[in-house]
Design a protein around this ligand. Structure first.
Ligand code: VG1
Ligand code: CO
Length: 580
């Protein structure tokens, strides 16, 4: 092949958000749009890092992925990349990409230097829905802000991109290496089965034998819903082939380009089938739900954990995993280096860290901030309220890892009990945790796709209010006299303890005297308009008060959040789009 330079002009709005660039497919398929972003990324990395490199290119298999893989491959070749690794059918979960970048060794001894991940994660897919591109570094984690800012700058000045002419489309349905000859020498495309490295990694972390015993107990029903995302590909290998689970335990585990028309976001609103099967649907009754259920998002980095007729909030989930990891998961048997959560995530993890005397960190939303801590050996387990949980085995959150972590805890709690009358359930574990550490009532209200100008005004209003907490408390007393006082208000700012970089404007916080919190943020992953997220949290230590319904317990604070922010005035919305 030879290298062609194609003249181009910048597109507006190619700024990577919380997790890469996400736009409607019709935006991504405009001539040169994808190419500009990819070249801007190569230019941001610099030719030192690009020439001779080994790059992973794969994703969750959503619509437009296959075309995008061919384009990026040709651009990689033209930019002097030595070889690309592509998952068979272009499929690789985000955690599997991270694992492959960190662990895989090519047949020729090569190691990966980075990855293009093609996903818009939990956003719907298909010709009228979303596509996305994200770049990950050689540690297997998302590019830090220094790099994504540079990528964005480059997109605003780009004049040309390089693409290989004469390089044929590569058949990504079959594994094997294809070699080509370009001006810089050889270029290889290695199509491989990415489940191999991922399964190997999971087996090195968890005790598969004890999980297998649990799954084979007639008392233990199991159900996993991949929402037609890429998780299904790994779920079959792990839960059925390795752990002996039943094929019928898997729901929607065939990856589809449009996720079967659904919204591949594992929460109580979108994972409808699983929710019904677990006996949590308000309209459908299920006489005998399984003991354990879980779901994943499109790229399999998120997880939702359910018990029989029971929902585990993600903030509780990471706290419970941290509290039980050393005992239940061989990888952590030597102890935890530290734990971390994103700012809007509830403080359930803080209480565990304090009680177990663990180092603890609070970082801005988005997984990239955890990576630095992990690379520096400061953090073992971390999580976000947005159904993201993970550990330092990779540098992304990991949906299947979280499920295996919960199965390990269940296996451990039931190890002498599999023949007993009744298994220790998910609900038992959570209630026991609350009894020990107290309970953080928690909910998140999302107002999706609201007018961007209105959303900005709402945020500005909330910041302005913070200049007088007396005024704030007067307003609050007028809404609910028994809600406690706001004692602190700010915009969250983070100084990375490893590289001292500073991230500002990471969410507006109102902290109350009794430990309650209200947090307001604008989403950085949407592709249209703006999404306002309101995070509402209240801590209850009194054991006689930890069993309430969470929406009911939080109702006064929710009302305060909505009225204080003038939600309806600024957005015209009288109700949120999604409540989690
Ligand atoms: C959301 C979540 C955040 C998560 C991010 C990426 O971001 O709130 O916690 O890290 O999605 O997850 P935002 O900016 O929309 O609030 V994923 O599974 O979409 O890569
Ligand atoms: Co995701």
């Amino acid at each position: 092949f030879k290298v062609t330079r194609v003249g181009t002009t910048p597109f507006d709005g190619q700024k990577p958000g919380t997790s890469g660039l996400r736009k409607k497919v019709k935006v991504f398929t405009q001539p040169h749009y994808l190419q500009n972003f990819v070249q801007a990324t190569f230019n941001a990395l610099g030719s030192d890092k690009v020439k001779g490199a080994t790059l992973v290119i794969s994703g969750d298999g959503r619509y437009f992925s296959k075309d995008a893989i061919q384009v990026i491959t040709k651009m990689a070749a033209a930019n002097g990349v030595r070889r690309v690794w592509v998952g068979q059918h272009g499929l690789m979960s985000t955690p599997a990409v991270s694992a492959v970048v960190r662990d895989r060794v090519g047949a020729d001894g090569s190691k990966a230097n980075g990855a293009f991940i093609l996903t818009a994660s939990h956003n719907p897919g298909g010709p009228h829905e979303d596509f996305g591109v994200k770049y990950n570094m050689e540690n297997g984690g998302p590019a830090p802000e220094g790099v994504t800012n540079k990528i964005y700058e480059n997109t605003t000045t780009i004049k040309e991109y390089l693409i290989a002419e004469g390089l044929p489309d590569v058949d990504i349905s079959k594994t094997g290496v294809s070699s080509f000859e370009g001006p810089d020498g050889k270029f290889d495309v290695d199509v491989f089965d990415s489940t191999i490295d991922y399964v190997k990694l999971m087996k090195s972390i968890f005790d598969f034998l004890s999980i297998q015993k649990l799954l084979s107990s007639p008392k233990f029903g199991f159900c996993y819903d991949a929402l037609h995302g890429v998780a299904g590909y790994y779920a079959k290998r792990i839960f059925v082939e390795e752990l002996g689970g039943k094929e019928s335990s898997l729901l929607n585990c065939v990856p589809k380009e449009d996720f079967g028309g659904g919204h591949p976001d594992p929460n109580l609103t979108y994972a409808k089938e699983l929710v019904a099967r677990m006996g949590l649907s308000k309209s459908l009754s299920e006489p005998n739900p399984p003991e354990f259920g879980a779901a994943a998002d499109g790229d399999a980095d998120r997880n939702m954990i359910l018990g029989k007729r029971f929902f585990v909030t993600p903030s509780d989930s990471v706290a419970i995993i941290a509290a039980n990891a050393v005992e239940a998961i061989p990888y952590f048997s030597g102890g935890l280096k530290g734990v971390a959560r994103s700012m809007p995530t509830s403080a359930a993890l803080d209480v565990v860290a304090k009680s177990l005397n663990l180092k603890f960190y609070e970082v801005p939303t988005g997984w990239k901030f955890f990576g630095n801590l992990m690379d520096a050996g400061m953090c073992s387990i971390c999580g976000e309220e947005s159904f993201g949980t993970g550990s330092d085995h990779i540098r992304e959150k990991d949906g299947i890892w979280a499920v295996l972590a919960w199965l390990s805890i269940l296996a451990d709690k039931n190890k002498d009990n599999l023949g007993g009358e009744k298994l220790v359930s998910v609900e038992d574990i959570v209630r026991q945790h609350w009894a020990t550490y107290g309970r953080h009532y928690y909910t998140r209200y999302d107002y999706e796709n609201v007018d961007a100008a209105g959303a900005k005004e709402l945020m500005a209003h909330l910041v302005k209010l913070q200049s007088s907490l007396d005024e704030v408390n007067k307003i609050i007393k007028g809404i609910h006299s028994d809600v406690s006082n706001v004692v602190h208000g700010d915009e969250f700012e983070y100084k990375d303890p490893v590289d001292s970089s500073i991230s500002k404007h990471q969410g507006i916080r109102y902290l109350f005297e009794d430990g309650s919190r209200l947090v307001f943020r604008l989403s950085g992953t949407g592709s249209e308009g703006a999404t306002i997220r309101v995070y509402i949290e209240q801590y209850e230590k009194d054991p006689s008060k930890i069993g309430r319904d969470s929406q009911e317990a939080l109702a006064p604070l929710v009302e305060v959040a909505i009225k204080l922010s003038k939600m309806q005035e600024f957005t015209g919305r009288s109700a949120p789009t999604v409540i989690t």
